[in-house]
Structures are given as C-alpha cells and as structure tokens.
Design a protein. Structure first.
Length: 213
C-alpha cells in the first residue's frame, strides 16, 4: 500500500501554480508555452526551497542612517538531474547567482524503469553546501534516490530535493531511503501507471521541455 501522507514534503499550493500546471499537463501545449509555465513555477519552488537559509547580519549605511543589513550565510549548490532538471535550475540561480552548479546525467531505462547514469560533475564544496537536487519529475524515485545516494557518497550533508510533480510511490521511496532530505513540490499526483509514468502527470518533462518528441 502506497502512503499518501508524507512528513518530509512541502506541497506548495498557489493559483499561479494551478494555472501553470494545467498548461504543463495539457497535451496540446507547445514547447514555448511549456517552457514559460515550467519556469514560472520553478521561481515559486525556488522561493520556498530557499526560505529558511541561514542569514548573517552586518551594519550598512543608507543615505539616511545606519541600519542592519542581511546576507545569506550558507553556500548553495544546485544539482539538476539531466536533462529535465535543467528546466528548473535557472530559476534557483536567479535567487542565488553565485551558487555552484553540479550536473548528474541519468536516464530511465524504458524496460526496467531503472536509472542509468551517464555523467557526473560535482564541484568542490559539496560537503558543506546546501545542495538542491532538482528534477521536475519524481516517478518511481529511482533517479532521485540514486542522485541523493551519490551526493551523500561525495560527502553532501545538507540536501533538498526540488520537484514539480511527484508520484506517491516516489515520495514513499525517498522517505524510506532518505528521511533526512526534504522535498519541495508543486503537485502530488495519483499514482504510476504500468509504464511507470506519473498519472495524470504531464508525460515526459525532458522531451516536452527540449522539444524532442
Ligand atoms: C525522467 C525525469 C526523472 C526520471 C523520473 O527523466 O526527468 O529524471 O525520469 O523517473 P524515476 O523517478 O522513475 O526515476 P528521463 O529518463 O525521461 O530523462 P530526461 O530528463 O533526459 O528526459
């Protein structure tokens, strides 16, 4: 029985997300409109994923008087899971322009539904950074599970997973395998179908974002 209650998940509800998710789900949506909707939702996801970052204070001077200034007191690394994760990462970089970016290349085997790794490039500093792993789709959870395990092997200690649409099956897998990792998402859909696609979902995010179908 797949759980429907997840402790480690922030589900963001917002009218803009509802409208843009509808655009993303609609099979008739063309590439340009798909990219626009994904990027708008990604900004909201980024805002929530970053909202409890530690801050440091210091004194600044306005034209009027001295006051307290703030800066983020944590280095951030964004790690998109290729390809589809690239559609989310730019929005995080808008907020944290000096964030490092690591890349993990993996695709899901169509027969076995298991992830196949084909590339990794993780910058130095992963041990101490807040590492935001981004991928629009969490289906079986195999790709995210592999990505998080790999980053932990590299020393990552502060991990978050940012996703657009999650299946309950994938969330359950992450809660079992990575209870220390918080997930931020815009939708928890019904289930997976026999081909391990999210239902109702939006199809293959990477193909639709890059126009490869
Ligand atoms: C999709 C998606 C995730 C993965 C989710 O990638 O973007 O990475 O599948 O499935 P899982 O939770 O069952 O592992 P895909 O293999 O289609 O590669 P792509 O991003 O290059 O299109």
């Amino acid at each position: 029985m797949v759980s429907q209650n997840f402790e480690n998940v922030t589900l963001i509800e917002h009218p803009v997300i509802n409208r843009d998710l509808t655009i993303l789900r609609d099979v008739s949506t063309k590439t340009a409109e798909f990219r626009g909707a994904l990027k708008r939702i990604a900004v909201i996801l980024a805002y929530h994923a970053l909202k409890d970052l530690p801050q440091k204070t210091f004194e600044i001077e306005t034209p009027i008087e001295k006051t307290t200034g703030y800066d983020i007191d944590q280095d951030v690394m964004v790690v998109p899971i290729l390809r589809a994760g690239l559609g989310l990462s730019d929005s995080l970089l808008q907020f944290i322009p000096n964030a490092k970016v690591g890349h993990l290349g993996m695709y899901r085997d169509e027969e076995t539904h298991e992830p196949v790794d084909y590339y990794s490039n993780i910058p130095d500093g992963v041990e101490k950074d807040m590492v935001l792993v981004v991928d629009p789709m969490l289906a079986t959870g195999g790709s995210a599970d592999d990505a998080l395990s790999f980053l932990k092997e590299q020393g990552a200690q502060h991990l978050r997973f940012v996703s657009l649409i999650c299946a309950p099956e994938g969330l359950q897998r992450l809660e079992e395998k990575h209870p220390d990792v918080h997930t931020i998402t815009a939708a928890i859909d019904k289930k997976l179908n026999d081909d391990a696609f999210i239902v109702p979902g939006l199809g293959d995010a990477g193909d639709r974002y890059f126009g490869t179908t």
